[in-house]
Design a protein around this ligand. Structure first.
Ligand SMILES: [Zn+2]
Length: 183
């Protein structure tokens, strides 16, 4: 936790819940003490007046300064957020399980195809782990069918936003939701 400088922004919000204040305070006090020590050790590095870096930095006010780069890096996470690491491991196992199931007879392919599919992040994670062309084609075909439906719904919504069709009802049946794993 010290090396990670606490949780990432997204997972820090997990600490904000009733009854979690005491544990969160202990952990965060430790992180803050680490930051205090790190900041106490931070030094401003004087760059030679006529160095190329100094000239470039003078010309570009947006460019991070070399003089404080070490302090900035030391205050940043030295290791990834522990929850992100755990999440990555779990997601990796689930994606591997999904890929294995997809190619089985009676597997998840029909449910996947009929669902609203995965978010783009998961589509990319799944494709990153596909090793066979058959599985690759299966996923591409199913995801294309899902995105075709989505594109049609968006087009329909845009069409109905036109004042000439303003009295047509907007919406469709409840979405089938995410892929459900069989029990
Ligand atoms: Zn995280």
């Amino acid at each position: 936790m010290r090396d990670a400088r606490g949780f990432c922004h997204r997972h820090s919000w997990g600490l904000v819940r009733r009854g979690a204040a005491f544990g969160a305070a202990i952990v965060m006090r430790d992180v803050v003490r680490t930051l205090q020590r790190t900041l106490a050790d931070a030094r401003f590095r004087n760059m030679p007046l006529l160095s190329l870096t100094r000239v470039q930095e003078t010309l570009d006010a947006q460019q991070p300064r070399s003089s404080t780069a070490e302090a900035v890096a030391a205050l940043g996470p030295q290791t990834p957020c522990p929850v992100c690491v755990f999440e990555g491991d779990v997601e990796g196992a689930l994606v591997a399980n999904f890929l294995e199931n997809l190619q089985r007879e009676g597997g998840l392919l029909p449910a996947y195809r009929a669902s609203d599919g995965f978010c783009l992040s998961y589509v990319r994670q799944i494709l990153a782990r596909v090793s066979g062309e058959a599985a690759f084609q299966m996923i591409v075909e199913a995801q294309q069918a899902i995105w075709t439906r989505l594109e049609q719904q968006l087009s329909e919504l845009i069409r109905k936003s036109d004042y000439r069709y303003g009295d047509e009802a907007v919406g469709r049946r409840a979405p089938p939701g995410c892929v459900r794993l069989p029990p």
